[in-house]
Design a protein around this ligand. Structure first.
Ligand SMILES: [Zn+2]
Length: 139
């Protein structure tokens, strides 16, 4: 959601997470200290916070990423960068209400998912504003 190339799984086993981190040069973010002790894990960080918003803020601060936030640029399902798409190109795949009230669309080239700025977008935007406010309170 914040625009970073990321992999997430809450079902992958520790071996798989360690392997993905090593094979793809990813920083492994976890609350599991044992996972970080595996020799395969080259880049890891133990997230101290337990609240999701606070965790995100902690990671953004730890890796100096606040200036690199690019919300809504990646697919929430498969992580690919979204492409802006004219309404007429996605029109046939839209729910009726969306056809009527939305004019801005994005298409994922990976999984084909279509995005628009509906109510879900507003909720996520509220969360992002909260994340920015956490940063502002630190500076
Ligand atoms: Zn996708």
């Amino acid at each position: 959601m914040m625009g970073f190339d990321s992999y997430y799984s809450n079902t992958a086993c520790d071996d798989k997470l360690a392997a993905i981190s090593a094979d793809e040069n990813r920083v492994l973010l976890t609350r599991d200290r044992g996972l970080l002790k595996r020799s395969k894990v080259l880049y890891g960080y133990w997230v101290r916070a337990t609240n999701p918003a606070t965790q995100l803020s902690e990671v953004l601060q730890r890796f100096s990423l606040y200036s690199q936030l690019r919300p809504f640029q990646r697919c929430l399902r498969c992580n690919r960068i979204l492409n802006s798409m004219p309404k007429e190109e996605v029109f046939q795949n839209l729910p009726d209400m969306v056809r009527e009230y939305c004019d801005e669309f994005y298409l994922c080239p990976g999984c084909g998912r279509i995005y628009w700025k509906g109510t879900h977008y507003e909720h996520m935007n509220e969360f992002i504003r909260h994340i920015y406010s956490l940063f502002d309170s630190l500076t």
